[in-house]
Design a protein around this ligand. Sequence first.
Ligand code: E4P
Length: 217
Amino acid sequence: MKFFADTADVAAIRALADQGLLDGVTTNPTLIHKSGRRFVEVVAEIAQAVPGPVSAEVIAADHETMMAEAEVLRRIAPNVAIKVPLTPDGLRTCRALTGDGTMVNVTLCFSANQALLAAKAGATFISPFVGRHDDVGFDGMALIRDIRLIYDNYGFATQILVASVRHPVHVLEAAKIGADVMTAPPSVINALFNHPLTDRGIDSFNADWAKTGQRIL
Ligand code: E4P
């Protein structure tokens, strides 16, 4: 499963990239606002720091303006993936952009039927939001299971990008289902390292090593 960082914080992205853990980045208007930076400038910096896909979202609601915005965004770098909403205009834009060889991430997916539409529109990625789905009392992971089943039934190449990931169990479940990608805040990716027995094991090995009086270097 590929790991994308769901952030526009360039320092956090670089730190994950340095660990060799990062396959791409997703941003959205909220994350850009949080960064306090100019959209095009921060996407350019991220696209240089990470060789994989970097999602940048259009704001317009109509196809023509979405295309014009996508034109600006895809000129930033070849690894920019255009993020479009799951609306009729968004999917029309998706079809036009993928036809040109541009990567498209269809966002704000909350049903398996929506994911089916995105795949038929040739989306590179479909982003079902599991956390927001859980928030309103639905089972976000059941949605991922349904999309996996449908895509496998028909051999759709669209990659399932599990989004709105809130905690390590979401990552675990996404991997068990066979999602292609998950995008999570850096804090969640870093939390995957945590286990109290790992910490306890390191402490006891260090204590016993000190008793040997030896050094490796
Ligand atoms: C996905 O691409 C979105 O940016 C993101 O995962 C949304 O997450 P949130 O529900 O935590 O805002």
